[in-house]
Design a protein around this ligand. Structure first.
Ligand SMILES: *[C@@H]1O[C@H](CO)[C@@H](O)[C@H](O)[C@H]1NC(C)=O
Ligand SMILES: *[C@@H]1O[C@H](CO)[C@@H](O)[C@H](O)[C@H]1NC(C)=O
Ligand SMILES: *[C@@H]1O[C@H](CO)[C@@H](O)[C@H](O)[C@H]1NC(C)=O
Ligand SMILES: *[C@@H]1O[C@H](CO)[C@@H](O)[C@H](O)[C@H]1NC(C)=O
Length: 319
């Protein structure tokens, strides 16, 4: 079985603190490791190509991902918490959920601290709303966030006011949101009982993460690693799943393409199609760094004269 370099490697690594996460990363000043110099641009191209094919409205360069959100929030990502259960939520549970969320996102964000002009040494998560079925579900002080009981998504699950969603107001006009821009939420975190039932599963995109409430109860609430969540958080950065069907597809045009020199398992490529890799691997740390380098120049967050070639033309029938 593959052992993540992060879990064993203490050589040549910087020790960074981000939120609750004290983890190992490669130094932010280190050059891209030789074995991934070709791979990282290919992974970007593959993601652009696949995202246009698989989810055109959520293509890599067009949609608003977590890096867009952290820039919009100047280092703070506002979260709408969603709770699909009749069980009550105490203040302590709310604190634990936020702490775990912050910690697991830290597994990703620690790779950006100090790297290529990423402007934040720490990324904060601020809960601006809780969406529940009934007001009585929330116990304790409710003063630090808005409570939403009157909004549901297309499946009928509780959600925060869509007028306060970042993705619905990319022009920055929050005049329909009662709390104005301060109460906007960049993403949601949905603890979902109705859809997943007693399965440790989840799904995510740039606008939020939907994991089973069962996963919180059986894994997350232990306040340790939460493999499903670190995987779903990867999707919020725009990463797609890397599936391995055993074939070797050398072309980045292929949907089933495995990054050359990547480890046999990593967070976005769990070998059993579930998600059980607990920590961001060194390869993915560099993948995120590379995506930052690309996004920050594409969006104009930093101005250097670095230019990148466009993705290759792919045959339209490629799959
Ligand atoms: C990419 O996504 C954006 C945002 O949804 C959309 O406006 C744009 O048309 C998409 N690009 C293509 C080529 O589909
Ligand atoms: C939750 O409460 C609602 C309204 O009180 C009720 O209709 C629903 O059946 C309850 N769901 C469960 C799973 O108990
Ligand atoms: C939510 O809806 C109920 C029932 O329609 C209504 O009585 C209540 O005032 C609404 N609350 C808010 C905050 O809009
Ligand atoms: C980019 O190029 C322009 C024009 O050649 C130059 O004035 C500017 O200093 C360069 N910027 C950087 C960051 O190298």
């Amino acid at each position: 079985m593959f052992v993540s370099p992060l879990s064993v490697c203490i050589f040549g690594a910087a020790f960074l603190t981000l939120g609750n996460c004290r983890c190992q990363t490669d130094s932010p000043d280190a050059p891209i490791p030789e074995q991934w110099k070709q791979t990282l641009p290919q992974a970007w191209d593959n993601t652009v190509i696949r995202s246009l094919r698989e989810s055109p409205t959520r293509n890599l360069t067009g949609y608003a991902w977590t890096l867009d959100q952290v820039m919009d929030g100047k280092g703070t990502i506002n979260v709408c918490m969603r709770w699909d259960s009749n069980e009550t939520v105490t203040e302590t549970m709310r604190e634990q959920i936020l702490a775990e969320y912050t910690k697991i996102y830290g597994y990703w964000f620690q790779w950006l601290s100090g790297y290529d002009n990423f402007p934040f040494s720490q990324v904060n998560f601020n809960v601006v709303g809780w969406a529940v079925r009934d007001q009585n579900i929330l116990q304790g002080s409710l003063s630090s966030f808005d409570t939403y009981t009157n909004f549901s998504d297309e499946s009928g699950f509780p959600t925060c006011n869509p007028a306060c969603a970042y993705h619905n107001n990319l022009d920055g006009d929050y005049s329909e949101c009662p709390g104005g821009p301060e109460q906007r939420y960049h993403q949601f975190f949905f603890l979902d009982q109705g859809f997943w039932g007693d399965h440790n599963m989840g799904a995510a995109s740039g606008d939020g993460i939907d994991v089973s409430l069962y996963g919180w109860k059986t894994v997350g609430s232990k306040m340790d690693d939460w493999p499903i969540l670190v995987h779903e958080m990867g999707h919020t950065f725009g990463f797609l799943d890397y599936l391995d069907d055993g074939t070797t597809n050398p072309s980045v045009c292929d949907n089933v393409w495995i990054p050359p020199n990547s480890p046999s398992e990593f967070v976005m490529k769990p070998s059993d199609y579930g998600a059980h890799v607990p920590k961001v691997t060194e390869f993915e740390g560099w993948l995120l760094r590379y995506f930052w380098s690309r996004f920050s120049r594409l969006r104009g967050w930093q101005n250097t004269n670095t230019t990148y070639p466009p993705p290759p033309e792919c045959p339209s029938d490629s799959s």
